[in-house]
Design a protein around this ligand. Structure first.
Ligand code: ATP
Length: 220
């Protein structure tokens, strides 16, 4: 089994409680997470990334245990060999486009190698049509350009698992179509696993070897 995800997580604040319940098993390498707004899609992706912990359960992906409450295993995000793109992008404001993307390769914003020229960074800037913005800072970019920088940063890391939260939401239909197939192609070449949150039927068709449906019935 490639994806084994069985977990519960209670989220609460003063006004609101939300219970995420997931029981999902799949032999496929690419999964689309589908469900209405507020059903827990982003929460689930953050839990898989290790940015948030479930209350109980097991997360085992490609035979690697990310989380097992019974055995008290909870791998740190950097031990999971994954890359993610979340909404909001979190680009480093004081690094250029090229430096933001290179960050995946060298780590540490004060690392002088972040300014080095890497062929793979140039290649992805070219494919994502942001090469001419290489020396721009994030505040000088449109939302769609920032989204492509964040996508390039995730892709150059060549992760074992790629987590994408609505990766094309800011892009026009031509770019969506192009990037969908670029990502599908690299996923198959690198043999990496992928989980994508999307509301777009064409994403489901392209990436959804399997679909993880989240319902709306877990809000209180
Ligand atoms: N830090 C938090 N504290 C309390 N509740 C939270 C917290 N973060 C998220 N929630 C709640 O968890 C539920 C799921 O949120 P989440 O962002 O995972 O949904 P989603 O399916 O990704 O939604 P969307 O499609 O609108 O992005 C929501 O009801 C939200 O209010």
């Amino acid at each position: 089994m490639i994806f084994q995800i069985n977990l519960k997580k209670l989220m609460k604040n003063h006004h609101h409680m939300f219970q995420l319940n997931v029981d999902f098993y799949s032999q496929n390498r690419s999964v689309v997470i589908f469900g209405p707004s507020g059903s827990g899609k982003t929460t689930l992706l953050k839990i898989i990334a290790g940015l948030n912990s479930p209350d109980c359960g097991l997360i085992k992906i490609d035979n690697k245990i990310f989380f097992d409450q019974k055995r008290k295993i909870n791998l740190a995000p950097q031990e999971r060999k994954l890359a993610y793109l979340f909404q909001g992008y979190s680009l480093f404001p004081h690094l250029t486009v090229k430096q933001n993307i290179s960050f995946s390769l060298v780590k540490g914003i004060f690392n002088p190698r972040v300014s080095q020229d890497f062929a793979i960074v140039k290649d992805w800037m070219n494919r994502l049509e942001i090469l001419s913005y290489a020396e721009y800072y994030p505040y000088q970019l449109s939302g769609g350009q920032q989204q492509r920088v964040a996508l390039a940063r995730a892709l150059v890391a060549q992760p074992d698992l790629l987590l994408l939260d609505e990766p094309f939401s800011m892009l026009d239909s031509r770019l969506r179509r192009k990037l969908r197939y670029e990502i599908r192609d690299i996923q198959q070449r690198l043999q990496c696993l992928m989980m994508v949150i999307s509301h777009d039927d064409e994403d489901v068709e392209c990436f959804g070897e399997d679909i993880l449906h989240l319902g709306k019935n877990s809000n209180y």
